[in-house]
Design a protein around this ligand. Structure first.
Ligand SMILES: C[S@@+](CC[C@H](N)C(=O)[O-])C[C@H]1O[C@@H](n2cnc3c(N)ncnc32)[C@H](O)[C@@H]1O
Length: 305
């Protein structure tokens, strides 16, 4: 190790290098997972990527099929891994400190990741919310998707509930353009509508059976004024589902949650604060519900009947 005359090397120097090497491997492993799960890479590169995954225990043998994916579809894994990489790259390159500055690629990767997660999450949560499953399956059902982005989760929800109308709102023209394309491509334009609308000023007269509000993407002033408006737009007995960062993990996990939330332009919110906001908006049965590892924390509340 090179030293400057008269100075002792600090112990931080070798530690930092070792740490960077570990993180370097993690970044390349995520890229390898994306490549293999997507399945459209050049053969030699894909084999090398598989070998890296096998060494990490994600394939029984070099070149063999991936293991340990649970029930996740390969597309879901590819979206999840790519979304993290795209956004981390934007942050590292200085190109994207705000969500509005993200590339289409980042928006689409994030949207697909959220859509892949939306349906299993809805199925997992519905039994905890009274008759909501029946309401969403009934003719005339309506769902509000706040921060609809590229509309991927709105489309996936509409496909899951073929009678349901979905309204998606967002403040970004580019995201809404991409959402309209996705809605048309999926053939659900008779049931999924998106419009440019800040949740801070939201109002709707027809009512919703379910509304989704992702705090990690909504800045604090918009969340504070928008949440009561969304609650007011629920039908009697309808549910508001607020996604927020999971806290109470290790210091590194909590710090990462906060970094991601701020990088998304959203509001760091813990369970207590989420419960308080829903209670102040006049909702009942307010409570956090347990979510699987890797999923956001969720707090729910119901409009009184
Ligand atoms: C990244 S998306 C979430 C992914 C989305 N479910 C999908 O399928 O693409 C979050 C969105 O929230 C939007 N957003 C942020 N602040 C908002 C606000 N005040 N009102 C409405 N939408 C907002 C952002 O523009 C962003 O497109």
């Amino acid at each position: 190790m090179a030293t400057i005359a008269g100075q002792q090397p600090t112990i931080a120097e070798p530690d930092l290098q070792t740490t960077i090497q570990g993180w370097d491997q993690a970044a390349w492993s995520l890229a390898a997972l994306t490549l293999v799960a997507r399945g459209d890479g050049p053969p030699e590169l894909t084999t090398a990527a598989r070998d890296l995954l096998a060494a990490a225990g994600l394939a029984a043998a070099p070149g063999g099929p991936l293991t340990g994916l649970g029930t996740a579809a390969p597309g879901q894994i590819a979206s999840q891994a790519a979304a993290a990489l795209h956004q981390a790259c934007a942050l590292a390159s200085g190109r994207g400190y705000e969500w509005a500055a993200q590339s289409d690629e980042t928006r689409l990767a994030r949207g697909h990741a959220s859509a892949q997660a939306a349906v299993p999450m809805i199925r997992f949560m519905l039994p905890m919310m009274g008759d909501l499953a029946g309401r969403m399956a009934a003719p005339g059902a309506r769902m509000l998707d706040v921060g609809t982005g590229v509309g991927a989760a709105a489309v996936a929800s509409a496909q899951q509930f073929p009678q349901m109308q979905v309204l998606g709102i967002d403040i970004l023209d580019r995201a809404l353009d991409l959402a309209r394309q996705a809605i048309a491509a999926a053939g659900v334009d008779d049931r999924v509508t998106v419009r440019k609308q800040d949740v801070a000023d939201f109002a709707d007269d027809d009512g919703f059976d379910m509304a989704w509000l992702p705090a990690p993407y909504i800045a604090a002033p918009a969340l504070t004024s928008g949440l009561p408006r969304v609650a007011a737009a629920l039908r009697a007995g309808g549910w508001l589902i607020v996604g927020h960062g999971k806290t109470g993990g290790t210091p590194a996990q909590d710090a990462l949650t906060r970094l991601k939330t701020l990088a998304h332009g959203g509001t760091p919110l813990d369970e207590a604060a989420a419960c308080q906001l829903l209670g102040e908006a006049g909702l009942t049965s307010v409570r956090p519900i347990p979510t699987p590892p890797g999923a956001p924390a969720i707090t729910i509340g119901q409009k009184p009947t």
